[in-house]
Design a protein around this ligand. Structure first.
Ligand code: ADP
Ligand code: ZN
Length: 723
């Protein structure tokens, strides 16, 4: 009897397809195959073997297998299968997310011709089996060769991929980094900081075993969490094991990667969105081959096919970038915890502002909690001051006292960081005669005014138009920009302080190659300068000479409808404040607000995150919100609001109202985006399992319904926003 296999395809369908394995061949789950699909061929992944196909169907044979080994090892396969069920996303698309683009397209899983290898310093042939003659020869060849050798050279000399892989798996041979990420291993004379007493105590409390445990490391900003991760990995990681370090953002903080490099040299490998397809394949293969790497990566690194994972660190575990916002809406942090449990290995979740979810897990004993509440070295926590700006004249959003503070700081030879909370504060073009504000014709939102090129742009779709001076509504001539934007503040700072550089950190300056490096070089010179930016400036930077942080306007999160807004506001404000006074000089933070008596802000001014988090958790418990309940959102998008609401109404009628709390359907906060109308249904339940089963039934039912093609629906489990 030929083997029958069940195959997942990279398609948005909740269905798998059965095929017959090629003659004399036994396939295994995780293996890549090519199968006939419709009129064409598709790349597939075997998920099950020896299945009983539904009766009466003539199965087609698999056209070919793409490798003899499973691209996805069992553990990765289990992780994604679980995630597909938990996040209600089609299994095929989930599994293909774990492959690099080249392998998704069916290309061979082979190193590129120019990828090159070298023998590690103390490599010896002792561990090799007696009959591995060619492997011995290959090793001596690499040992004798002064520089790494390219795969094309090795293949020319008649060596095969399995021979090379054998040496890699034994840790005798490593791949050379491509030149752009060349490492700078520590020189013998370089010294590393000794842990402070407080750090030592925290370090000793971190897990030293190899079993599963989840530890929440609450370490205030500048307490030296990165130093602790380094110490932890140095102490506990075996030479032959792999480690995963998740970070929210790599391009922004090359210093962090550099610190890891200095400790671990070539073991450090990075994974982030700026890698090209070739680099992705190369890194993916190194991980899949079990090379003992320490992989520092952003969100999708949690899906990589590790085979010897021994520990996981999630830095800034509260960061919203860990949650994927579209398609397969997974949380990398939560998948990392699942993965650690599957693997029976420890995981450390670090943050100065832990998420309420993780704090609650620590409170109930699911996580251990380790506190580090002193800053490292001589640094002390920054002093926070609220400045009420009601009826104060502002220039580019900045008040007189703020400008005075900036002036004194620069005069003292120190650096300033100006943080602009853009949420809800984008500048708009308004007619001062009739009050008309320019709006996007496709979205329920105002157009943002861009001063540089006098353009009006929608930040939710591609729409843009030139700014106008004559009001399109009343024909008056009094159109003026109002509100606060980065550019305006930047201009005011540049004119007021012409002698110091004003450096902008935003998405643009972080994505253009070399641009962030140039900025960091300026900052690291220690010379007076002003950094201006939005959310990006709050993330993980370590600038010792920044002594003043100015928050242009703190009020964005105070009155938002979203239940997570206060938590996110507190986290961002404390994170950005944490950029002040990280070196020897003390730091100050000036927070401008129109609500200086708001209880949330007055507590923020005391700087005690745990106290605030307790308060926020108590509120969530009182009104029955996550983390005290499980939440999911069913969203719908249609050409009309009526169509979206009718669809959700029907979905609601089919849901069990006794076990679920259902809100809605309601139009989304931005009810129209890019011309489409959007609505949502919020589902809450006291049990995750119950909610999960209900959602699975709901998705199966909706899949079978004949819906107009113009209607799109999606499920978001553990949503970050309910707007
Ligand atoms: P966090 O990640 O907690 O914000 P970092 O690990 O970036 O903190 O450390 C903050 C600063 O303190 C860095 O400049 C780091 O080099 C320094 N630092 C940390 N630990 C020590 C130590 N034990 N001795 C001297 N400097 C330290
Ligand atoms: Zn728009």
């Amino acid at each position: 009897m030929p083997q029958t296999v069940r195959v997942a395809l990279n398609r948005p369908i909740r269905r798998l397809f059965d095929y017959i394995a090629p003659d004399q061949m036994a396939l295994v789950p995780g293996q890549r195959v090519q199968v006939p699909f419709g009129q064409r061929h598709a790349t597939g992944l075997v998920v099950e073997t020896d299945v009983t196909p539904p009766p009466g169907i003539d199965l087609k044979p698999v056209s070919k297998t793409l490798e003899s080994w499973p691209a996805l090892p069992t553990e990765t396969l289990n992780l994604l299968t679980w995630a597909s069920g938990y996040y209600q996303h089609p299994l095929g698309e989930c599994l293909f997310m774990a492959l690099p683009p080249a392998l998704r397209k069916g290309r061979p899983a082979e190193p590129a011709e120019e990828d090159s290898w070298w023998a590690v310093a103390d490599a010896s042939t002792e561990g090799l089996p007696g009959n591995a003659r060619r492997q011995r020869q290959l090793l001596s060849l690499l040992q004798e060769h002064p520089r790494p050798m390219a795969w094309s050279q090795l293949r020319h000399r008649g060596y095969t991929l399995p021979q090379l892989k054998g040496l890699i798996e034994k840790g005798l041979v490593r791949q050379a980094e491509p030149p752009e990420s060349a490492s700078t291993p520590a020189t013998a004379t370089e010294t590393f900081p000794t842990l402070t007493d407080a750090q030592r105590i925290a370090a000793d409390a971190l897990p030293d075993g190899k079993d599963f445990s989840a530890t929440l490391l609450y370490g205030i900003t500048g307490s030296g969490k990165t130093e602790l991760y380094l110490d932890y990995l140095k102490r506990t990681l075996d030479d032959s094991a792999q480690a995963l370090v998740l970070v929210p953002e790599i391009n922004l903080t090359p210093q962090t990667v550099a610190r890891f490099h200095r400790y671990f040299g070539d073991r450090i490998v990075v994974w982030h969105s700026a890698l090209n397809d070739r680099q992705r394949l190369q890194t993916w293969l190194r991980v899949r081959e079990g090379e003992p790497v320490i992989l520092i990566g952003t969100r999708s690194a949690v899906l990589l096919p590790f085979t010897r994972l021994q520990t996981i660190v999630v830095d800034e575990e509260h960061d919203s970038s860990y949650k994927q916002g579209e398609g397969f809406r997974y949380s990398a942090r939560d998948l990392a915890v699942f993965r650690a449990r599957e693997n029976q290995c420890p995981i450390i979740l670090g943050s100065a502002t832990p998420s309420l979810e993780s704090l609650q897990n620590a409170a109930t004993g699911k996580y251990r909690q380790v506190d580090l509440t002193e800053r490292a070295g001589t640094a002390s926590p920054p002093r926070l001051r609220l400045l009420d700006i009601r009826s104060r004249p502002l220039n580019g959003g900045l008040s007189r006292p703020a400008m005075d503070d900036i002036r004194t700081t620069l005069a003292a030879g120190e650096q300033v960081l100006v943080y602009i909370n853009r949420r809800g504060f984008a500048p708009v073009l308004m007619c001062f005669d009739c009050g008309h504000i320019a709006e996007c014709p496709h979205c329920d939102t105002h157009l943002t005014y861009h001063r540089r090129d006098r353009a009006l742009r929608c930040h939710h779709c591609d729409y843009q138009q030139p700014a106008f001076s004559q009001c399109p509504k009343c024909a008056g001539e009094a159109c003026q920009p109002v509100g606060q934007g980065t550019e305006q503040t930047e201009d005011v700072l540049a004119t007021s302080f012409p002698d110091v550089p004003v450096l902008r950190i935003d998405r643009d300056s972080t994505q253009r190659k070399g641009s962030i490096q140039a900025i960091l070089k300026q900052v690291n010179s220690g010379e007076p300068c002003i950094l201006v930016g939005t959310q990006m400036v709050a993330k993980g930077h370590d600038f010792p000479n920044v002594t003043l942080v100015v928050v242009v306007n703190a009020d964005g999160g105070l009155f938002s409808v979203d239940f997570r807004a206060p938590e996110q506001m507190v986290q961002t404000l404390l994170q950005v404040s944490g950029r002040a006074g990280r070196g020897e000089k003390p730091g100050r933070v000036l927070i401008q607000t129109c609500h200086s008596d708001h209880p949330l802000l007055t507590t923020i001014a005391q700087g005690d995150y745990l106290a605030m988090a307790r308060q926020l958790l108590a509120e969530r418990e009182q009104i029955n919100l996550p983390p005290f309940r499980a939440m999911a959102v069913l969203r719908a998008e249609a050409p009309s609001m009526e169509a979206a609401l009718t669809f959700l109404d029907q979905a609601r009628n089919d849901l069990p109202s006794d076990t679920l709390d259902i809100w809605g359907p309601l139009p989304a906060t931005m009810a129209r985006k890019a011309g489409r109308h959007r609505a949502q249904l919020v589902l809450q339940s006291s049990g995750r399992g119950g909610l999960n089963r209900t959602l699975a039934r709901l998705c199966a039912r909706l899949d079978q319904q004949r819906l107009p093609t113009s209607l799109r629906w999606m499920v978001d489990v553990d949503p970050l926003e309910t707007g």
